[in-house]
Design a protein around this ligand. Sequence first.
Ligand SMILES: [Zn+2]
Length: 379
Amino acid sequence: MRKIVMKKNIIIALSFTIILLSPVSVMHAQTAEQNTYARFIKTGVEQIKKGDYQAARDSFEGALRITDSAADGHLGLGIAYFHLKDDRLSERELTRAIEINPRESTAYQVLGELHYRKDDLEAAASAWEKAVELNPSNENLRARLERIRREHKTEKDFNRDVTSHFLTKYEGREKIEAGKIVLRILEDAYGEVGRALQYYPSSDIQVILYSSRQFQEVTDAPGWSGGVYDGKIRIPIGGIEQETPGLRRLLYHEYTHAAVRAIASRCPTWLNEGLAQYFEGREVDARQREALRRISEAGNLPPLSNLEGSFMGFDGNQAGYAYLFSLSAVRHMIDKYGMYRVKSVLEELGQGADTAKALSTGLLVSYEDFERGWKRSLE
Ligand SMILES: [Zn+2]
């Protein structure tokens, strides 16, 4: 059983920047002050695109020191705070952008994202409705709105449990025991993955337990998917009465995605899936090792750069290999460089570095050399 991850959140987050690229006020910049303002905005947008949100925050603050009454400055600052996970300040800035320009659909879109992250599905839906009304051509958001309505319908009567690190939702008394089991395992994962990576996410991780039917309706995941992490851990689960090794693996896998996302909002899929499989305890077995050796010897191992995007479009067979290559490459990284350096790679990615830069800073070898080393290890 393979698991699918990382669906739409990131794409949405990136699409914010596109609209920011052509702020009207910048086009007509004339005075020196306006030029400086425009430069701050342009720099901030570039920094958002690179994922350097602290620098972006400083740039937009610089712009707002020149004029406090332009919507794009507040919008940019709101987006930076959104990524820096400062919900309160993000909401303040986005609301200000809307006050100045009530037709600012992107501000409504990010505001919806903010509510969604806090699990206020109703507020998220109403912000996104407004965003779609102002910008009817935003097909991505329209699809997301449709999905959140289904999610809200399914989950509005769910029970909620909160532990120190997780917020779970599930339906029906028969899942109370299952919910307890899931939380216990997740707390274990929190401790184990946390110790290995020296990282403990600061905000609560949301976990939603569905029946198989609800899971299909809400996630659109293929039938073979054991669970999803798309900003929330979603798993199909019946009224289980005791933990199984499969459930433990699944939860460690999805929890790892949550931890990786908290460190680096953008992470190449091979690294993300490799780590998730490593922490679920998956090993490359003898038969797979032999397959890898033959593929490598024949020169058919794909460059890892081909495995940086989503695996969603792969058929079952391709996906099987993609997961195997990911596990094998990450296993090599951990064995050769140690988890401490793997963590550095994630931190670099979290600072906005691309994969090549993150590897060269984190591992002190180039992307090419890392790959060469990995392939040699398969011989
Ligand atoms: Zn996964």
